[in-house]
Design a protein around this ligand. Structure first.
Ligand code: URA
Length: 224
């Protein structure tokens, strides 16, 4: 089951029973890194299934062992980009590239300055310009929309490279209302898919109730 928020048809909450089940696993502070990663991988299938449902397809001819028939493939002029935000977004990449085998993976590296809560860029593997921006579809992958600062920077990066906003999608596990509002202020039309919208943000920018630091939980670096 999915629903869109009443005043925001571009945010989809993937509220499927399997999403709920796996969210419970990753929220639990006693979940080990290995179990956490596996639950996020399962969520990646579910979120991507929802986020890609408007991809256009075209007809091709396929010969089965029995007969020739008309079948569908994702439109071949579409260039699909997966943009995981390092480091936590990496957890989405393997499954996402499995589902979208022809996609290019464009890593973006940023970390959060703990004082200002602003993103600090350290890596950008996106090309200077895209050859065919109208036919380029970008999935930005980051487990958390908290303050919305890094999401906003990343969306702006692709907008400056002339990718139409309706071709950019943001996929996350959890979103805070404050971060969503910040993104919506600048980009009312970007499509966001999340498994849940949580209550609020803590003073230091953590999602409440959230799941803690996604990167630390994925890479087993809690307590560093
Ligand atoms: N990033 C995280 O990993 N967790 C939060 O709660 C907020 C930002």
């Amino acid at each position: 089951m999915r629903y869109t928020i009443a005043n925001d048809p571009n945010t989809t909450v993937c509220d499927h029973p399997l999403c709920r089940q796996n969210l419970t696993v990753i929220r639990d502070k006693n979940t080990t890194a290995e179990v956490f990663r596996n639950a996020v991988r399962r969520l990646t299938y579910l979120l991507l299934y929802s986020a890609t449902e408007d991809l256009e397809t075209e007809e091709v001819t396929t010969i089965t062992p029995i007969a020739e028939c008309k079948t569908q493939v994702i439109k071949r002029d579409k260039k699909i980009i997966l943009a995981p935000i390092l480091r936590a977004g990496l957890i989405f990449s393997d499954i996402a590239s499995d589902i979208l085998p022809n996609a290019s993976i464009r890593h973006i590296g940023m970390y959060r300055d703990e004082k200002t809560l602003k993103p600090v860029w350290y890596y950008d593997k996106t090309p200077i310009m895209y050859e065919d921006p109208q036919n380029t579809i970008v999935y930005i992958l980051d487990p958390m929309i908290a303050t919305g600062n890094s999401a906003l920077d990343c969306i702006t990066l692709f907008v400056r490279k002339r990718i139409p906003i309706e071709n950019i999608r943001f996929v996350c596990l959890l979103a805070a209302p404050e971060g969503l509002a910040k993104i919506r202020n600048s980009y009312p039309n970007i499509k966001i898919t999340t498994a849940h919208i949580d209550e609020t943000l803590s003073k230091n920018g953590y999602i409440i109730p959230g799941l803690g630091d996604a990167g630390d939980r994925i890479f087993n670096t809690l307590g560093d």
